[in-house]
Structure formats: C-alpha cells, structure tokens
Write a new protein. Structure first.
Length: 267
C-alpha cells in the first residue's frame, strides 16, 4: 500500500528558533504512523538544525528549491548535491517560483533531472492559473508542464517522482478559492493518464499524485478521499501546529476508514 504523503511548505516564514519551536510542538502531537509520511519543508537556513532535531520516525525534510547545476560559479545558489544528505525531497516548479522567479519549463525540467541525479525525490508542482482555467486551457497547461518536466527521465525514474496538482487560483496567497473535490479529481485523473500515455501503466500506478491549495484540517478529508489522491501539499495551514497535526490525524482516519480499499501497490 502507498503511504499517504503530507507535505508542509513553510515558504519564507519562521527563523531558526521559531522553526525549532514548531517542530517541537508538532512532535508532541503527531504520532508515528507507518502508512503516513509527514514531510516538512522549512527555509534552507533551518534545514541543517532541524535535521538534528527531528524524530526521523515521524518526519522527513524537504527543501523548497535548489539550483539545477551541481556546483560552480552560481552566486547565492544551493545545489541538489549540497542537499542530498539533508533532505529526502525537494519541491520543484512551485507556482511562486514560476511566477515570481520566472522559472520556465526548461528550468523546471533541469531541476527535476538534478534532483533525480542526486537521489532526492522531486515534488513537481503543476497547475493552471485562473486566466488559463477560464480560457479552457487547464489540460493543455498540465500536459505541457508534465511532458516537459519528465522528458529527460526513464520510466523507472518517473515512477519515483511526486506530482502535486496545485491550481494557482486555489493557493491561499493568490486567490485562495477552494477547489471542489470533483474538480481536483478530474485533474488528478488527467495527470495520471498523461503519465500512463507517456511512461506506461506501471509508472502511472506507482507515481504519487498530491493535491495542494488552501488545504486545512477542516477540508482535507474531502481531498484525501478522492481515489488516486496520495496526499496533500499544505502551505499556510502547515505553520499552525493545531491545523497541521489535525491534517495528519485526518489522513490517518481516511486511510483507516472501513470502506477505503487499498490499491495493493507498494510505494
Ligand atoms: C502552496 O503554497 O503550495 C500551498 C498549497 O499553499 P496554501 O496551502 O497556503 O494554499
């Protein structure tokens, strides 16, 4: 059975002592669950101290970004190579990176390849803007983002990638409109179909697909109950220990609900 993945993206919030306090609070509340994987993505600066603090049975770490080259004259950047002993995951292609830092399809593709090269699992964010959705371009945008990001990978490598569907219009810091579970379901099915068409059914079955966009402890169940939703990427609510631990609890409850059928696939 796949483990449900709950990722907290703290963005550019919390200094070292605030981050340490949040981890302490989360550790008090979150239990060890074999079938739930809880991933924290703090700022780059706090990854090192948190790597010493966290209970590794409860948490894994992710970076929010890294540079696509492994080393060299790239002032101000940190490479995937430098992060490989610190993190299990790196978020790649987040909409804030695409919009504010002009990361284009080629950069995202090269970052996904750099993550895989350095044995870090990329969490590839894809999703359409409100304008693109209104113009009926959602499928085309998702197709282009997925095709291009995975284009340098083998079938086996693709199956290890995590894809997070994050419609830009649903992210709390943009417009924060709540996506309906039905809308999310359609996108998740489409994303998995793209992977199947390009890399075969084995990769499509194995790849983990998450949802992200204004998720909190009150509404997370509606998304996690969608068939084929392997977890959530949480921004704002991950900074609140009540909400984030509530999300993990809810994920456990959904996973263990009597009517939930397992797909029998190992992650
Ligand atoms: C995000 O930034 O990836 C995100 C999903 O944010 P929020 O949960 O705050 O909408």
């Amino acid at each position: 059975m796949k483990r449900t993945l709950i990722v907290g993206n703290w963005k550019m919030n919390l200094d070292t002592s605030q981050a340490s306090l949040l981890v302490h609070r989360l550790e008090e509340r979150i239990k060890i669950h074999q079938d739930i994987e809880v991933v924290l993505a703090p700022s780059l600066l706090t990854l090192q101290p948190l790597s010493l603090q966290i209970d590794r049975r409860k948490f894994r770490l992710a970076a929010q970004n890294a540079y696509l080259k492994d080393e060299g004259a790239f002032t101000g950047e940190v490479s995937f190579t430098m992060l490989r002993d610190l993190v299990h995951y790196v978020i790649v292609g987040h909409s804030e990176r695409r919009l504010y830092f002009h990361e284009d399809l080629d950069m995202v593709r090269d970052k996904v390849a750099a993550a895989i090269r350095n044995e870090i699992t990329p969490i590839l964010c894809v999703g359409e803007t409100q304008v693109e959705r209104r113009a009926g371009e959602t499928k085309q945008v998702l197709h282009d983002q997925i095709m291009s990001a995975l284009s340098n990978l083998t079938d086996q490598e693709v199956s290890e990638v995590v894809i997070a569907y994050e419609p830009v219009w649903a992210i709390s810091t943009f417009s924060g409109i709540l996506a309906k579970p039905d809308e999310v379901k359609q996108a998740l099915v489409f994303i998995r179909k793209q992977v199947e068409d390009l890399y075969g059914s084995r990769a499509a079955k194995k790849i983990r697909v998450l949802y992200g966009g204004s998720v909190d402890d009150q509404i997370v169940g509606g998304y996690l109950e969608i068939e084929g939703c392997d977890g959530v990427l949480v921004g704002g609510a991950s900074l609140n220990y009540h909400k984030f631990s509530g999300i993990v609890e809810k994920a456990y409850a959904v996973k263990h609900a009597p009517e939930k059928e397992s797909d029998g696939e190992d992650s």
